[in-house]
Design a protein around this ligand. Structure first.
Ligand SMILES: [Zn+2]
Length: 312
């Protein structure tokens, strides 16, 4: 029997896709909501980006001057988190890995208040979603100063995984080795942003140095058959975000996205949103974009969807 997801894709039906269970395993919490939701709340239009971003810094600047400015302060931050949970419910995201920085824990006054707030928002706005919180460290983090704080954060056993985001190679990846050992001992799933801007060799180095189980983006690995084969044989999953890659100029368009090559080499991949408030494409839309571009068949995309839901 044809799965309803395959039928929804072949019908190009967004509303049907939105009713089918999906995962989103790469989602920065404060930027994961729907733009219309924030527009309605702030009662102001948000103009979409006029062109692709030349860099992460330019993207951040656009986000600050076009979105964050409409949701200022503590209340605005909470509204953006709320928007991310609402979006997950609207798009039937049944497995959601959402990342937060240590500064966000500080903003809410420490781990207890932070956990209480996030769990309350999730129960209220996305009760059907299995929520896997991720702690994301900036690549520029002073690793010597954060170790004690991490010990305290890990002791709550609330975070499911750890990540490094921001400019790749802001410092040598080996600087994070001790922190990742600490996270492994605490039982966290080890992930990091890599291979969005860098090379296949840098992806490999990050995986080996930090003992990563998953990579956010990792698309540069498609440049090396040898490294793809290694990732496939070690079941290292790549959480791919197609529109993010297009908007940041990492690929020319959906029809040439390397997720095709990665899939063909047997590398486990998932389809995710990254920063929905910026890139404005839901998980359902990401699937539809890849299908419409002719990059992957509906059946192949269903395999990817199922793998995402079975991720943990
Ligand atoms: Zn990201």
């Amino acid at each position: 029997m044809t799965h309803p997801f395959v039928t929804a894709l072949t019908n190009h039906s967004l509303s049907e896709l939105q009713m089918i269970p999906k995962s989103d395993l790469h989602n920065h919490a404060g930027r994961g909501g729907n733009r219309r939701y924030i527009e309605a709340w702030a009662n102001t239009p948000i103009r979409p980006p006029a062109a692709k971003f030349a860099s992460l810094a330019e993207m951040q600047e656009w986000f600050t001057s076009h979105v964050k400015c409409h949701c200022p302060g503590f209340g605005g931050y909470l509204k953006r988190i709320e928007a991310s949970f609402v979006q997950a419910a609207c798009d039937r995201i049944e497995l959601l890995s959402m990342s937060f920085g240590p500064d966000e824990i500080g903003l809410l006054g420490g781990m207890e208040a932070f956990i209480h707030t996030m769990d309350t928002l999730r129960r209220q706005y996305s009760p059907q979603t299995r929520f896997l919180p991720e702690l994301s460290l900036l690549s520029s983090t002073n690793v010597d100063l954060i170790s004690d704080q991490l010990e305290e954060i890990f002791s709550y056993r609330w975070f499911h995984s750890i990540d490094i985001s921001g400019q790749e190679l802001a410092q040598p990846i080996r600087n994070f080795q001790a922190i990742y050992r600490q996270a492994k001992t605490a039982g966290l799933v080890l992930k990091a942003h890599s291979g969005e801007f860098g090379t296949a060799d840098e992806v490999m180095e990050a995986v080996e140095t930090l003992e990563l189980q998953e990579i956010h983006h990792g698309i540069a690995a498609a440049q090396s058959p040898q490294i793809m084969k290694w990732l496939a044989s070690h079941s290292i999953r790549l959480n791919v975000c197609p529109t993010s890659n297009v908007m940041l100029g990492r690929v020319n368009g959906y029809s040439s996205h390397p997720i095709r090559t990665l899939y063909d080499y047997g590398v486990p991949v998932t389809v995710n949103t990254d920063d929905l408030l910026i890139f404005d494409q839901s998980v359902s839309e990401e699937y539809l974009n890849l299908y419409t571009a002719g990059l992957l068949s509906a059946a192949e995309l269903d395999v990817i969807r199922e793998a995402g839901l079975a991720a943990y």
